[in-house]
Design a protein around this ligand. Structure first.
Ligand code: PMP
Length: 460
């Protein structure tokens, strides 16, 4: 057997990767030909690759490494827990200390009476849990026909069959349709879809689509509405201010359950513990994952309010994962929450990092390619456009210019993502102003190079 290590030449690692490893959300044949970048270690906000390049991670991995890379404490807790109790389940009248402690901590941190936690291994399977939770809730209340869940186009709720059905990503739905009784309304993306309306008018109009959908589907058929407080993978779409109060009013009026998918927004990303607090939403259920463990181990959960938990608890709930409440994952998550809390990382976001990032981010508006700059806490997006005044789209296929820009960032050792022709960031929450400055040197250089390339290729 070959021993594969960090010390092997990059080309050999790339060839082995291309031979055997299938990458998510990638065209693997082309990727294999180009060769992938091999990340070998990381510290703080910095990644190192097999060529010794230092890369500033403007995405915190996949929006998850909130406390930054390389925290020894988490490694120690994992090792200790593995020695003491590496695994046990909680299905059949048993429990263990890490899961008790983590559930208690999440109940303490979560707003309102969100006091009950059902664990999963990540965000997708937590959203699958949510589908079962809300349908079981209405069944137990004697209203089994209330089984339709309303979601939004361009939402991302995960990659499993259930959660991708909740999501509104056309490319995923094209793989074979979606599960029954999911209905999608339009997203509050003013830049792309607002037409001649003001953002305030558009926010109200899009929220009222929820009411229209409820009336159309039948009030007694709708179980729940699910949404991300700020759409993340859809392109960091920040709704106009009028949107969320109207959504809340409609959910209250019709008595439907509100699920806030906090997988990205949770654990400080928006400047509060949860995006629901930043956006003024009162959910019955929150989906959490990513920042709960800062990505050091896979773990997710549904955090459920008192009344829903009570109704679910009336009968056996036929649902659970082998790794629901995994002791090692729970112990690591708990240690991550301790660090977030004791090191006042969310205060750092609110008082230092987010205001500074906002100022720098909005200064990108002077760049000829940038038409809109949106940011909430530590998640931001810019819209690339050939004409800021008319919010025009490029003549080239959507995403062509975004991809050029992302490739320039990658080459210049700053990780940003593109969603169509929007560029997005979501750095570790611990990023310092000096690191933000360095990030912007690289972003400016990348935007300038992308601008030059698209002029040269006649894409502008
Ligand atoms: N919900 C949201 C809002 C997400 O952003 C994601 C992941 N990007 C998920 C759910 C799915 O989480 P996971 O990849 O951990 O299954």
């Amino acid at each position: 057997m070959v021993t594969i290590t960090n010390h092997m030449p990059t080309a050999e690692l790339q060839a082995l990767d291309a031979a055997h490893h299938m990458h998510p959300f990638s065209a693997n044949t082309e990727l294999g030909r180009e060769g992938v970048r091999v990340i070998t270690r990381a510290k703080g906000v910095w990644l190192t690759d097999s060529e010794g390049e230092e890369i500033l991670d403007g995405m915190a991995g996949l929006w998850c490494v909130n406390i930054g890379y390389g925290r020894e404490e988490l490694a120690e807790v994992a090792a200790r827990q593995m020695r003491e109790l590496p695994y046990y389940n909680t299905f059949f009248k048993t429990t263990h200390v890490p899961v008790i402690a983590l559930a208690q901590k999440l109940a303490e941190l979560a707003p309102g009476d969100l006091n009950h936690v059902f664990f999963s291994s990540g965000g997708s399977d937590a959203n699958d849990t949510n589908i079962r939770l809300v349908r079981t809730y209405w069944q137990n209340k004697g209203q089994p026909d209330r089984n339709v869940i309303i979601s939004r186009k361009n939402a991302y709720h995960g990659s499993s069959v259930g959660s991708s059905s909740l999501g509104g990503m056309a490319g995923m739905h094209a793989q074979g349709g979606i599960i029954p009784n999911i209905h999608h309304i339009n997203q509050p993306n003013w830049w792309a879809e607002g037409g001649d309306m003001t953002p305030a008018e558009f926010g109200l109009a899009r929220a009222r689509e929820l009411e229209e959908a409820i009336l159309e589907l039948g009030q007694d058929r709708v179980a729940a509405f699910i949404a991300e407080p700020v759409q993340g993978a859809g392109g960091v779409i920040v709704a106009p201010d009028t949107y969320w109060p109207e959504i809340q009013r409609i959910c209250d009026k019709f008595g439907i359950l509100l699920i806030a998918d906090e997988v990205i927004c949770g654990f400080g990303r928006t400047g509060n513990w949860f995006g629901s607090q930043t956006l003024g939403i009162r959910p019955h259920i929150m989906t959490v994952a990513k920042g709960m463990s800062s990505g050091y181990v896979p773990i997710g959960a549904s955090i459920i309010c008192d009344e829903v938990a009570e109704v679910i608890g009336m009968e056996e709930f036929n649902h659970g994962y082998t790794y629901s409440g995994h002791p090692v994952a729970a112990a690591v998550a708990l240690e991550n929450l301790r660090i977030l809390e004791e090191e006042k990382i969310i205060d750092h976001v609110r008082d230092v990092a987010a205001p500074y990032l906002k100022q720098k981010w909005e200064s990108l508006l002077v760049h000829p390619l940038v038409g809109e700059a949106k940011i909430v806490g530590m998640m931001g997006s810019i819209a690339l456009t050939p004409d800021k005044g008319t919010r025009a789209k490029f003549a080239a296929e959507a995403g062509t210019v975004g991809y050029i820009c992302r490739e320039r960032c990658f080459k210049n050792n700053v990780i940003m993502r593109h969603v169509g022709d929007r560029m997005i960031i979501s750095p570790p929450l611990v990023i310092t102003p000096a690191e933000i400055d360095e990030m912007f040197v690289r972003i400016h250089k990348s935007l300038d190079e992308a601008h030059a390339e698209i002029l040269e290729r006649g894409l502008f």
